[in-house]
Design a protein around this ligand. Structure first.
Ligand SMILES: [Fe+2]
Ligand SMILES: [Fe+2]
Length: 277
């Protein structure tokens, strides 16, 4: 049996700065760490699928590192569009699975399964891409270990959600990635983040799951909004359990209740918020 905790979109800031002036992302990630440490059946590993910090600053990564030092479970990091590759690797030099240059693709394995992080970042862009080089790397990795159930982690969703405003920020090269996954039946699931709300779909023959954020959540639904609308629902994560007999089962786990009201408005000018009535 494999139990994976999947966190995403932590957007940790420098100490004292709150996103939109109201969201203490460091405190919310700390809640998630406390939650995972307290689980009766602890996950075998934790994977954080990007937007680990908010602005890619070394000081933010130092804060992230300090918070994650409290996590009593092995954890692995995937970059998102808010991350900076070099600042990330410099903050975690002991994470030797991270390549010292180039894309932050990685693969690790246990006796039960294999876990692969895919770097979907295009520096300076909110959307992502699996280019030919990254797809070829994945194809090689999957070809090398065909017998182990394998789980893929990336920041940008390669699937469309049906929400136009979100799908503009999806992952380019999705067809290329899908073709690789379809060639390797040991791939059991694909886990991502980026939209700050949960979505689940069947994609390229596998279960594809987007986790909610530990930071601000996006107001859920399928209606297209001209401006993103955010809320302060409690931080959450996903727990993915895999067994050979029952396959992949996944659930949303609220990390810790926080007082409402949750909906607070529409983002204007980056950090300013038009508070909801
Ligand atoms: Fe994010
Ligand atoms: Fe993102």
């Amino acid at each position: 049996m494999i139990l994976i905790a999947h966190l995403t979109d932590c957007h940790v800031t420098i100490p004292g700065r709150q996103i939109f002036g109201v969201i203490d992302t460091a405190a919310r990630l700390t809640m998630a760490v406390r939650f995972l440490n307290g689980l009766t059946r602890r996950p075998d590993l934790v994977v954080l699928t990007g937007d680990l910090v908010d602005r890619g600053l070394p000081e933010e990564y130092a804060n992230l590192r300090a918070i994650l030092a409290g996590l009593e479970i092995p954890f692995y990091l995937v970059p998102g569009n808010h991350d900076r590759r070099d600042a990330l690797r410099e903050a975690f030099p002991d994470h030797r699975y991270l390549p010292r240059s180039g894309f932050l693709n990685w693969a690790v394995e246990s006796e039960h399964g294999r876990f692969i992080g895919l770097d979907s970042v295009i520096p300076g862009h909110p959307d992502g891409e699996i280019c030919a080089e990254r797809a070829a790397w994945l194809d090689d990795q999957l070809s090398a270990r065909p017998g182990l159930p394998t789980f893929l982690f990336m920041h940008h969703p390669p699937f469309l959600t049906g929400v136009e405003a979100l799908d503009e920020l999806a992952c380019g090269g999705a067809d290329r990635l899908a073709a690789v996954i379809r060639r390797h039946p040991q791939v059991e699931g694909l886990f991502c983040g980026h939209h700050h709300q949960p979505f689940v779909t069947q994609w390229a023959g596998v279960l594809a799951v987007m986790a909610p954020a530990t930071a601000q959540q996006m107001v859920a639904g399928f209606a297209a909004a001209a401006e993103p609308q955010w809320n302060m629902e409690p931080p959450a994560c996903m727990l993915h359990r895999w067994r050979r007999s029952s396959g992949l089962v996944t659930r949303v786990a609220t990390v810790e209740p926080v007082p409402g009201p949750y909906f607070f408005g529409t983002v204007i000018d980056g950090d300013k918020v038009n508070a909801a009535a």
